[in-house]
Design a protein around this ligand. Structure first.
Ligand SMILES: [Zn+2]
Length: 296
């Protein structure tokens, strides 16, 4: 069982996704922050195509008897009395709040690991290779990274004993917040300052998409801005300013990241190589980043 509202589960997920995506796209059209480098058509097709591929991969895994769904894990924990929150006497609403905060911290930690562990970085750089950042970047994650993320959530959900409702809410909120903080929208300065006391704003997350490693190795949060402040990985503003900063990854400042096939093959390309043909899958796992991307 992996639905908490029956068939409505998928309807709610898709409605929130579609609603927030269209809303952000409209605000981007009316109040854009930066001028985009690539044309939207091809980029959006690629970014959305990667997202659809990831969804299909997860469905296929489920169909092939490897169900990787965090909500299903929460049901399992509830039915078998597994996990901390299934053993403590607290009001249900408080358990949901605790589960949301712990899952958010877990995703923050996973994001940090994706930047520090070379083999995870290979997958995660598909997201960072986008030379523009807008609402479509929010869904540009390699299918293997999405599958690993789901497994990581399950690893956290079981000992935590998070309820199916909490996990469902977390996934919907994470999806909505990611589209908001990747959006290319110009929020008034005062609004950004107030909002980022609590949540990750587009200006805060844009720093994370800088080509400069010291900037893209900061601001790992997707929902709460709290974790980067606590763990001292917070960068307030980009060195080059929001309009002058370069987005993406230094080795891939070409039109390649707008290509669907190239993007899916990127984890298997030695870092710095321009073409998939140069890939050497057997030697891919520990390649260091080029010196010019080293922290300064
Ligand atoms: Zn990242």
């Amino acid at each position: 069982m992996d639905n908490i509202f029956g068939p409505n589960d998928t309807v709610i997920r898709l409605s929130v996704f579609g609603g927030v995506f269209v809303l952000m796209a409209l605000i981007e059209f009316a109040l854009p922050k930066r001028k985009l480098i690539a044309t939207k058509g091809r980029r959006w097709l690629t970014n959305l195509g990667i997202s659809v591929t990831a969804a299909v991969v997860l469905r296929l895994m489920a169909a092939l008897a490897v169900p990787v769904a965090a909500v299903a894990a929460a049901f399992y924990a509830q039915q078998h009395d597994i996990g901390l929150l299934n053993h403590v006497a607290l009001p249900e609403w408080l358990k949901v709040v605790i589960a949301l905060a712990v899952l958010d911290l877990a995703i923050w930690a996973q994001h940090l690991a994706s930047h520090k562990i070379p083999i995870l970085w290979r997958l995660h750089r598909v997201h960072h290779a986008d030379r523009d950042i807008d609402v479509s970047t929010a869904v540009r994650f390699h299918p293997i990274e999405i599958a690993l993320s789901m497994i990581w959530k399950i690893v956290v959900v079981l000992p935590l004993g998070a309820s199916p409702l909490a996990v469902f809410l977390f996934e919907v909120i994470l999806n909505g917040c990611a589209m908001f903080n990747h959006a290319n929208i110009a929020l008034p300065g005062w609004l950004d300052r107030v909002m980022r006391l609590f949540i990750v704003t587009p200006d805060m997350h844009r720093v994370h998409h800088s080509v400069l490693r010291r900037e893209h190795d900061s601001n790992y949060g997707f929902n709460l801005s709290l974790w980067d402040r606590i763990f001292r990985t917070y960068t307030a503003q980009p060195e080059g300013g929001h309009l002058g900063m370069k987005i993406g990854l230094t080795p891939y400042q070409s039109e390649a990241p707008t290509r669907f096939g190239w993007s899916l093959w990127l984890p298997f390309i030695k870092e710095g190589s321009k073409a998939p043909a140069a890939a050497t899958p057997g030697k891919t796992s520990q390649a260091p980043r080029p010196a010019k991307e080293k922290r300064v």
